[in-house]
Design a protein around this ligand. Structure first.
Ligand code: HEM
Ligand code: HEM
Length: 144
């Protein structure tokens, strides 16, 4: 076992995960605000949609970075993949984030299903983040 050579990698992973969760919280607030302004027919600031969009792209990139770090770190250490349920949890989060980002580009008044899909996947994504953090924390215990 040779964790120190990978420690810098797990440090980037820990920071990325913290930022991804922070981005998710910003998404919840800005998305909720957009939802409120639409249903209550109040004005929404012009920067709000842009902010939601940009922080969403940042979140997607952080999750993809985490996937790459997880795969590269695991292959580098074991020479193989799929050592625990963290593998499935990671793929699940990547799938949900992709579905969320894709559905967001389809949202319009002609396609109300896209908004439901976007909001639905993001609620499930919360559980995905919890699952990937718990299983990730579990595998970290092996090294400590
Ligand atoms: C994956 C990254 C994400 C991207 C690229 C993204 C992008 C978008 C876009 C383009 C819209 C449509 C805005 C409009 O024109 O009305 C939208 C709506 C919305 N988003 Fe996201 N989003 C992301 C993640 C999230 C997350 C994580 C949440 C909440 C936890 C969220 C909550 C919402 C809500 C509630 C709406 C509906 C607003 C309304 O009803 O008018 N989004 N999002
Ligand atoms: C969206 C977030 C994340 C994704 C997509 C992700 C993805 C992955 C993937 C696909 C692997 C390879 C697992 C295998 O093949 O068995 C992995 C490994 C790993 N991940 Fe993550 N991960 C995420 C978050 C985290 C977090 C939050 C932690 C720490 C708390 C963590 C710690 C680890 C560790 C220590 C390994 C090495 C696996 C082992 O020793 O069995 N990951 N990650």
């Amino acid at each position: 076992m040779d964790l120190p050579s990978f420690l810098w990698l797990w440090k980037i992973a820990a920071w990325s995960m913290g930022l991804a969760i922070a981005a998710y919280l910003l998404q919840t607030v800005s998305g909720g605000w957009m939802y409120y302004s639409r249903t209550s027919r109040t004005l929404r600031p012009s920067w709000l949609r842009y902010f939601h969009y940009v922080s969403g792209i940042v979140m997607v990139m952080l999750v993809i970075l985490l996937l790459i770090i997880g795969l590269v770190g695991t292959v580098g250490h074991y020479g193989s993949l799929m050592h625990s349920s963290h593998f499935g949890a990671g793929l699940l989060v990547v799938a949900l984030v992709s579905l969320s980002a894709w559905s967001s580009t389809k949202i319009s008044s002609q396609r109300p299903w896209a908004r439901s899909l976007h909001i639905g996947t993001n609620i499930i994504l919360f559980a995905g983040f919890v699952f990937v953090s718990l299983t990730g924390w579990e595998v970290v215990q092996k090294y400590l």
